[in-house]
Design a protein around this ligand. Structure first.
Ligand SMILES: NC(=O)c1ccc[n+]([C@@H]2O[C@H](COP(=O)([O-])OP(=O)(O)OC[C@H]3O[C@@H](n4cnc5c(N)ncnc54)[C@H](OP(=O)(O)O)[C@@H]3O)[C@@H](O)[C@H]2O)c1
Length: 352
């Protein structure tokens, strides 16, 4: 029996991922939010950044300080820009705080790959080996329970990996043939990016691909798919920005190595995810919509087989801010503290 609630903090609480963490943690029965940081809103109430929290009692936002954060928290979510976590992780871990980093700093095992895709040198290379990749459906929970540092996956990788892992694990698809086409709502870009691309008049009623073929989530998808397949995997990954606020729809294509029916593959997907609370495998062809998971930590998947071409077509949907960021981070926290992974997370969707 735990004597007191887990003291949790958020570094970068004024962003979309930080705000979503506050929303989820406020209604988690086993935690108390004890520390919130922001540079822009330091000294102010969080309701200055998010007026929707006005009725909730929360600590004020303060300038990030390693010693204060360490004193005040058992676990800290780092929700700042990529590059922030690797600057502060070491002293925080030395002070005994456990960390969940929502940025990309600790997701890639090879610092040369990080430097290549993120165009900066990694400054905490000695921590890369111990960082656990926090995709609980595809990682042994013992790794997350014991971790001091969890690298929370990217939003696109979460959707793509959950869609493809069951067939990759079996070797049922031609690994040279993988194509991942994904669409994201604009909140995926965060709150601090200003530019014409995110201007209402430019994105509303319009869609476009971006980051082709060099989006930074590519090596993360390839790293984990390679782990699952047991050999080096490359993918074609094309993300698109679409005029919705939340949600990712991922459609993945792969050549099947022999004839399969959609029913046979669906049975396999259901077996693969049978004890995974947050993955729902729908009937073949019952393709999910982003609204079916809005505000939730669930990933819905459906697949079909184009028998004419021997091609698997599998779609997955997540809420980029929940299963793609804050919700998955809370799921990881639950596992790190020996709680049920779904504790505080079994929220139904906001619909319509
Ligand atoms: N949005 C998503 O769907 C999503 C999904 C998965 C992962 N993530 C990751 O989560 C992190 C936060 O994303 P977001 O969407 O919440 O971004 P955001 O809305 O732009 O917020 C970024 C946060 O970082 C702080 N910040 C800005 N510059 C910083 C710096 N140099 N050092 C430290 N903190 C800084 C910002 O606030 P102050 O200026 O007030 O400090 C703010 O709190 C990013 O690493 C992102 O890649 C986001």
């Amino acid at each position: 029996m735990r004597h007191r609630k887990i003291h949790v903090g958020i570094g970068g609480a004024s962003g979309y991922a930080g705000g979503e963490l506050v929303r989820l943690l406020l209604q988690h029965p086993d935690v108390q939010i004890t520390y919130l940081s922001s540079h822009t809103y330091a000294g102010k109430s969080i309701s200055t950044a998010f007026p929707g929290f006005a009725a909730h009692h929360l600590p004020p936002l303060e300038e990030f300080d390693i010693q204060r954060a360490a004193q005040k928290t058992d676990i800290l979510f780092l929700a700042g820009e990529t590059g922030f976590a690797m600057q502060v992780a070491k002293p925080l871990l030395e002070a005994g705080v456990r960390l969940i980093d929502l940025s990309a700093d600790f997701r890639l095992r090879d610092p040369a790959v990080y430097a290549q895709w993120y165009r900066r040198e990694h400054s905490a290379i000695d921590l890369l080996d111990e960082a656990a990749y926090g995709l609980p459906e595809l990682v042994p929970h013992s790794q997350l329970r014991e971790a001091r540092l969890v690298a929370n996956p990217g939003c696109y990788p979460t959707a793509a990996l959950l869609a493809l892992a069951p067939v990759m694990a079996q070797g049922w698809v031609d690994t040279e043939s993988l194509v991942i086409d994904a669409k994201s709502g604009v909140s995926g870009a965060g709150r601090s990016k200003f530019g014409l691309d995110y201007h209402f008049a430019e994105i509303n009623e319009s869609m476009r691909a971006y980051g082709v073929p060099s989006h930074r989530h590519t090596p993360e998808i390839e790293q984990k798919l390679s782990d699952v397949a047991g050999r080096a995997i490359t993918v074609t990954f094309t993300p698109h920005l679409i005029p919705v606020t939340r949600g990712i729809l991922c459609t993945a294509y792969a050549k099947l190595v022999r004839p399969f029916s959609a029913h046979e593959l669906t049975v396999h997907y259901r077996r693969f995810y049978q004890d995974k609370t947050f993955v729902v495998v729908r009937d073949p062809g019952d393709f999910p919509a982003t609204k079916h998971v809005a505000g939730t930590n669930y990933c819905h998947i459906s697949l079909t087989v184009d028998e004419r071409r021997g091609q698997l077509v599998v779609t997955s949907v997540i809420d980029n801010l929940v299963k793609g960021a804050a919700g998955q981070a809370v799921q990881n926290m639950n596992l790190m503290f020996g709680l049920a992974e779904s504790r505080g997370l079994e929220l139904p969707p906001v619909f319509p």
